[in-house]
Design a protein around this ligand. Structure first.
Ligand code: ZN
Length: 88
């Protein structure tokens, strides 16, 4: 089974920046829009289902890469916040 590790990284990053975006919609649609937008921009990081392999991959990520991920997630949050695909 293949898993895109990037999905976990993006979700983790989203959780960590959420306190800075208190006005952000918490609904599933907006969360999925943010996730999809990020995963379309960032390179996929496929691994097999082995957890050890996943943590090894995460450790390999450079600080610059992490900065890029945070920036991409932040941009996606801002886009979805200003243009949610649903009405209040
Ligand atoms: Zn929403």
């Amino acid at each position: 089974m293949l898993k895109n590790c990037m999905e976990i990284i993006v979700l983790d990053t989203l959780e960590s920046i959420k306190p800075d975006y208190r006005g952000m919609c918490q609904c599933n649609q907006c969360q999925m829009d943010i996730l999809a937008m990020c995963l379309n921009k960032l390179p996929p990081l496929y691994i097999t289902s082995d957890k050890g392999e996943m943590y090894a991959k995460l450790r390999e990520l450079s600080p610059q890469f992490k900065v890029n991920v945070i920036q991409t997630v932040t941009e996606a949050v801002e886009v979805v916040m200003s243009h949610p695909r649903h009405h209040e």
